[in-house]
Design a protein around this ligand. Sequence first.
Ligand SMILES: *Cc1c(COP(=O)(O)O)cnc(C)c1O
Length: 490
Amino acid sequence: MIKFIQTRGSQEPNNNKATFSEVLLNPMASYGGLYSPETLPKLDEEFIENFKNRSYKELVEFVLNKFAIDIDKADIDDAIGLYEKFDDPKDPVPLVKIKDKLFSSELYHGPTRAFKDMAIQPFGSILSSLASKKEEKYLILVATSGDTGPAALESFKNKKNIKVVCLYPDGGTSDVQRLQMTTVDAENIKVIGIKGTFDDAQTALKRLLECDDFKKELLRTNTSLSAANSVNFGRIIFQIVYHIYSYLQLLKNKEITDQQMIDLCIPSGNFGNALGAYYAKKMGLKINNILIASNQNNILTEFIDEGIYDIRQKKLKKTTSPAMDILKSSNIERVLFDMFGSNRTKELMENLNQNGIFILSKDEKEQIQKIFKATFCDDNFGKKVIRDYNNQGYLMDPHTATCIKAVNKFQTDKTIVISSTAQWLKFAPTVLNAIQNDDLKYSDKEAIDIICKITKNKTTKSIEELWQKKIIHNDIIDKEDIDKHIIKFV
Ligand SMILES: *Cc1c(COP(=O)(O)O)cnc(C)c1O
């Protein structure tokens, strides 16, 4: 069984390792750190040969088995069974050829139309079964920039022993995203808009996860606290699998030979998706570089180019790819830990928390650059990409579009797989502005209807139903009042 160790070292040196289930239920480690796997399983040649023709579900099962996690087989089966709810249960993550040597791994074919479903659906199912078996109650805190929230609510609604509080930045999401949260009608769910940004929501969440008084208050109602953000390794494990799957699809379709390396390109925010790719590479998958794409909040580009993570003068900019509007990218910490160990990670993260900056040594920077390359683009570049690629017959969302900047810039000689992280209809007004090269204001519904008329693309039933649904959650609060509201709900 692979155990999990703490990125900033342990306060209890004799008891510093945790199992998968422990990490899932209690994701925060000592000194504000995270849990990371102590080792990673290896994928050998035989595996590659064996799995070329197997289903996605079999592949997930295989990877989870390799980690030998402490979850009962029946619960794993239930969790993996949720991929049945995707558009094509046989192929939940289609790999689409855009042009020669460029492929899109469409990670958005789940119930809420963004890639968060890939991990949160099975993760939520496992967490709920653990909570019922232990007869313990859990409060799951979710901070969302718009896609995690809907996916988590979909996964946890009406689950026994689980309550969810979901915080989203008021005005920071699309209509579709907001409605996917505020119309969820389930006793165990509370959705709250906050007057602030996603970073404010995530900071509040991390503070509460570490706050002993808050936890004590919750324990009076026999409730423990957990988180569904990608600080939780329970999500990351499912984000390793689809990268392996895309590679296997390329092999199977004879787009590459088994000697060839590929590049991945990932539109990144909290770096969960990219971390999954990094782990897949370490497990032996033939990945050459991981190209990180960002919007104008280009902290990751700066970090990877210069080895300096500096948020001192930075203000978050609102962009048309809001799921990447972020300054504190949580999963960078797991990469630092994996490369430089816990003492150094603790030092770097403490510098960031106290002074708003950390600086890698030249050697450390080069180690990062061996694997990661990064670039960013602004909204106008993104719109032009959407327009140009739509003209060639492939419609992408504004997050996915940022990848093309990286693809153009690095001009690698490898076959590249870009992660397509959301369906166009989650960000329809931007996509319509892009296609028509205008900046008129549309509601999400208007934009979706027009795009369906002028292109071959179709909307989905779940989105159509949203427009009729009743709004259940109306609360918009100041960020200072978050604790109070949560206690009241519990
Ligand atoms: C969450 C999200 C991202 C960023 O993914 P990370 O794993 O947080 O880096 C990118 N695009 C979309 C559409 C998302 O929902």
